[in-house]
Each structure stands twice: as structure tokens, then as C-alpha cells.
Design a protein around this ligand. Structure first.
Ligand code: NAD
Length: 295
């Protein structure tokens, strides 16, 4: 079978390295994004830059979107000059952005009218996971479309799971973001507590990491906490969006997530204090402010 031609829309922190991993795996990739320097990066990696969504998706077998949030995904897919306006029936659209489950279901319904197949396939693992090609990918949609996309997913991630119908991948991602935010907040509180208590912080984090308190979050964010390096990574603005998604989705099914509500408020406060552009490990700065410590 011929290698599918891929159109990639959204070459940001995640999209650039993911598209590059597809190129390394032998896929022809034509990409579009808003920043010219990201298009140059794609060309340098062996991809083909496109000046518009229409130019990127024409003739593609698979279209991948990796965009910030629901409004951008809806505009790029459903817009007058968007993906659905320029793709042939039988094309597979894989939205890897994190959006609300109901947005994924609505996209799939709109696309079905044009014979375009859709998967929601949000990811976890951060920028490092994207670069290393070791993302967790949670997929919603038809099983046969999941099977068709299998080789492509395996070029991007190591844990790839079909979770159910349209929107199920996003529901799992919302749960993921709840766990990550609560975990970061707990780690940040531990860091401020340990520092105020005068304990050797690198030593403390090393031993915490080896016990039940250890987590991928602690492992991946330890450096950010220690160095106060909050360059994104995953921006607080995006996690704010995701806490909105999980809060709404949990409410819709009658699930109480009290800790999620508290941490959603702390993420919103960090953003209101001007930290929205920082990595989500900067929740530490919020704990410092509450504790009267230097930020
Ligand atoms: P980003 O802001 O770095 O990149 C988004 C890209 O989309 C930008 O390059 C921008 O130019 C492009 N874009 C926006 N509107 C566009 C349009 N109309 N047409 C074409 N391109 C457009 O975001 P990111 O960090 O790469 O995150 C992308 C998605 O992945 C988000 O939904 C985020 O929640 C999710 N995510 C991010 C991470 C992370 O660690 N950064 C991890 C897991 C999931």
C-alpha cells in the first residue's frame, strides 16, 4: 500500500516535532501554520510548507490538526475555506488538539455529510514526548479508522489506545488534564513546604520520586521547579482551557470533581496574575504568592 500523503495544520510546540517524526517515518507531509518560521522549520525537516489550509489539504489522504483550542479547530475544519471544503470523500481527518468531547462529536457529524472520516486523538506527554515520539494517544471514533491510522500513530507515540466512539478520546484527555493539574499543584505545594522548612530540595525530590509520591509529572517537572525555569512547555493558558473542558464535561455527566474545581480556580488565578504564557509548572509561583515567599 502507498504511504498516505499527510496534510498537517498547526505546527506549534507539539505540532512541529510531531510532523517531523512523520517525515522521519517516511510520510510526505505538507503543512500549514500561522508563524512563517515554523513553515521554514518544516521545510528544513523535509516537509512542504503550504500558504493556506486549502493548499495543504488538497490531495491529502490524511489531514491532521494540532491547534490550540475549539474555536481554531472549528474555524480550520468547518470554515468556508477550511478542511472539509477542500478534502475528498474517504479522507481521514485526525484532530489531535485538545478540545471538548462535544466539539469532536460535532466535527464528526459535519464531516460525515461529506464522506470524510474523523478521529479525535488528543495526546499526553508534553513537548518532550512529542520530540521523542513517545506520546500517549487516546483515540475516539470508528475502530476501522483507528486501525487505518495505526502506523501513523505509532510514528508519534508508544501508548496508543482506542477509547470508544467520537469524543471518547477527548473525555480521556480531560481526565488526564485533571490528574496532571492536581499532581502539579501537589508537587508545587510540596516544593514550597520543603523550602520553607529548610530541607535540601534536590535531595527531597530525588527520594520522593522513588516512592509512592513519584510520578511522571514530578520526574518531568523537577527541573522546572528547581531552576524556576517556566519556559513552555505546556502553557497555563492551555491548561486553563483544559480545566474548563473537564469541569464542563464532568458536570454534564453528573460527576463531582471537587479537587478539580479547586485546582481550576488556582490555574485561573495564575493566569489572572499574568502567568498564562508560562509553563504549567509555574503553578509553583501561585503557591509562593499564597505562602508569602519570593516569586
Ligand atoms: P501552540 O500554540 O504552540 O501551537 C498551535 C499552532 O496552531 C500554532 O503554530 C499556530 O500557528 C497554529 N494555528 C492557530 N490557528 C491556526 C489557523 N487558523 N490556521 C493554521 N494554524 C493555526 O500549541 P501546542 O502547545 O502545540 O498545543 C496544541 C494542542 O495540543 C492544544 O490543544 C494543547 O492543549 C494540546 N497539547 C499540548 C501539549 C503541550 O505540552 N504543549 C501537550 C499535550 C496536548
Amino acid at each position: 500500500m502507498q504511504t498516505p500523503r499527510v496534510a498537517w495544520i498547526g505546527l506549534g510546540v507539539m505540532g512541529s516535532p510531531m510532523a517531523e517524526n512523520l517525515i522521519k517515518a517516511g510520510y510526505p507531509v505538507r503543512g500549514h501554520t500561522l508563524e512563517p518560521e515554523k513553515l521554514e522549520r518544516l521545510a528544513a525537516a523535509g516537509g512542504t510548507p503550504a500558504a493556506s489550509v486549502a493548499e495543504a489539504v488538497r490531495g491529502a489522504d490524511v489531514v491532521v490538526t494540532m491547534l490550540p483550542a475549539d474555536p481554531q479547530v472549528e474555524a480550520v475544519v468547518l470554515g468556508d475555506d477550511g478542511v472539509l471544503a477542500h478534502t475528498a470523500p474517504g479522507t481521514l481527518l485526525i484532530d489531535m488538539s485538545t478540545v471538548a468531547p462535544r466539539t469532536s462529536a460535532a466535527l464528526a457529524e459535519a464531516a460525515a455529510g461529506r464522506g470524510v472520516r474523523v478521529l479525535d486523538a488528543p495526546v499526553s506527554g508534553g513537548e518532550a514526548g512529542a520530540v521523542e515520539g513517545v506520546l500517549s494517544i487516546m483515540v475516539g471514533g470508528a475502530r476501522e479508522d483507528f486501525d487505518r491510522a495505526g502506523p501513523l500513530f505509532r510514528a508519534l507515540g508508544t501508548t496508543v489506545v482506542h477509547c470508544g466512539p467520537h469524543g471518547a478520546g477527548q473525555t480521556v484527555k480531560a481526565a488526564n488534564q485533571l490528574v496532571v493539574a492536581v499532581n502539579i499543584q501537589a508537587c508545587a505545594e510540596a516544593v514550597v513546604f520543603l523550602e520553607k522548612a529548610g530541607v535540601d530540595l534536590p535531595a527531597a525530590l530525588e527520594v520522593l520520586g522513588g516512592g509512592l509520591a513519584g510520578s511522571t509529572v514530578l520526574e518531568r517537572k523537577k527541573h522546572n521547579f528547581l531552576a524556576r525555569d517556566f519556559a513552555p512547555g505546556f502553557r497555563i493558558d492551555l491548561h486553563h482551557k483544559d480545566m474548563g473542558i473537564v469541569t464542563e464535561a464532568a458536570r454534564a455527566v453528573g460527576a463531582a470533581i471537587p479537587l478539580g474545581g479547586v485546582v481550576a480556580g488556582l490555574v485561573a488565578a495564575a493566569r489572572a496574575q499574568g502567568d498564562g504564557g508560562l509553563d504549567h509548572s509555574a503553578l509553583l509561583r501561585g503557591v509562593e504568592r499564597l505562602s508569602g515567599a519570593a516569586t
